[in-house]
Design a protein around this ligand. Structure first.
Ligand code: AMP
Length: 223
């Protein structure tokens, strides 16, 4: 099962991606997580990506596409994969289509997480992330047991530079301009499924599983 998660930053793709990865036992490939690890480790990719990420801009396609193409060819993707944060524009979607066709694979579902702009600002500005394992928390809606410490691994929680208010607006603008057109791209391919991104983790998980199993012919599209 090959799945793509699309939606505004902060719409819950990462959270549900992890949940679905466990449910279906397939890897989640988050380009944001891979890039953040590269920045942390100061690899050549990380050094190049950082200036774009700090501004909330997209990292150039040639860097990101190469990274994903390599990852998709690893053995654990044979049974399926979940892409979170990729593709981010039509060029990346086309590059993905070309790669999958050479690997004799296809996309089964594109889940579009619908959460409106105002809610996104609230979510992202309060988000705190574990430096060690990437787990996400929220200062009001999803607090860790001990302030500043990850419940899962004990790592330090921090506010991502790009979750600061001045950068959030830039990221949302980039989303509307470059990423939102993917909704139409995948709708035309009849792969798009709308997911209401408001609700609890379990509630949204159930909604997604129903959509994937075809129990709910959810074809409502919002641009
Ligand atoms: P995310 O964690 O998905 O919100 O990504 C954080 C940042 O990583 C983005 O704002 C971009 O700078 C960069 N990034 C992640 N995925 C991509 C992608 N597919 N194409 C270009 N840049 C990306």
């Amino acid at each position: 099962m090959n799945i793509i998660l699309v939606g505004r930053p902060g719409s819950g793709k990462g959270t549900q991606g992890k949940v679905l990865s466990e449910e279906y036992n397939i890897p989640i490939i988050s380009t944001g997580d891979i890039l953040r690890a590269a920045v942390r480790e100061k690899t050549p990719l990380g050094l190049q990506a950082r200036e774009y990420m700090d501004k909330g801009a997209l990292v150039p396609d040639e860097l990101v596409v190469e990274m994903v193409v390599t990852r998709l060819q690893e053995g654990d993707c044979r049974k399926g994969f979940i892409l979170d944060g990729f593709p981010r524009n039509i060029g990346q979607a086309e590059a993905l289509d070309r790669t999958l066709s050479t690997l004799d694979k296809g996309i089964d579902h594109v889940l579009n997480f619908e959460v409106e702009h105002k809610e996104i600002i609230k979510r992202l500005s309060g988000r705190r992330t574990c430096r060690k394992c990437g787990e996400a928390y929220h200062i009001i809606f999803n607090m860790p047991v001990n302030i500043g410490i990850c419940d899962k691994c004990g790592g330090e929680l921090y506010q991502r530079d790009d979750d600061k208010e001045e950068t959030i607006e830039a990221r949302l603008k980039v989303y509307e301009e470059h990423t939102a057109p993917l909704v139409e791209y995948y709708r035309q391919k009849e792969l798009l499924k709308a997911i209401n991104g408001i609700g609890g983790v379990d509630q949204i998980k159930e909604q997604i599983i129903n959509v994937i199993c075809g129990r709910n012919n959810n074809s409502k599209i919002e641009g």
